[in-house]
Design a protein. Structure first.
Length: 150
């Protein structure tokens, strides 16, 4: 089991550390460390601070993802999803939210706004070749929609 150091920044004091909401949850909930409510008008976006910084171990990454309930009920999601937190980043976690819904959405202090999943990143080397080996199966170069509904 990996251990990830979490530094709580001054504006994150008093908020719970990221945590899994259930025993089987993959993601750790990230909370808004805003001093005052932030209103996202329909179509607008905001960078919402989480009030923490992480020391993700080398060979790992953090994947910041939307919360499905916010996306379904309010149209609030992440601009870049998933967002990647590299192991050498030591700054504050901030979540770029966008409101794709029809109504304004208010982000309050301590509200769960996203989740982070930690995943190993295997070392790889890219090597240029003249031709790619045949893939297993029949897909080949078939792209968008090639294996299902167009």
């Amino acid at each position: 089991m990996e251990t990830i150091a979490v530094m709580v920044l001054p504006h994150g004091k008093g908020l719970p550390l990221p945590a899994r909401a259930s025993a089987g949850a993959a993601g750790f909930d990230l909370r808004a460390a805003v001093e005052a409510p932030v209103t996202l008008a329909p179509g607008s976006r905001a960078l919402v601070p989480c009030g923490i910084a992480l020391a993700i171990p080398a060979g790992w990454e953090g994947q910041v993802r939307p919360r499905s309930g916010l996306a379904l009920r309010h149209g609030v999601t992440l601009i870049n999803s998933p967002g990647t937190i590299d192991s050498d980043y030591r700054g504050e976690l901030q979540v770029p939210l966008v409101n794709l819904g029809q109504e304004p959405f208010v982000v309050n202090r301590g509200e769960r706004i996203a989740q982070i999943i930690f995943a190993p990143v295997p070392p790889v080397v890219l090597r240029e070749v003249a031709e790619l080996p045949q893939a297993a199966g029949d897909r080949g170069t078939g792209g968008f929609g090639s294996t299902g509904r167009q």
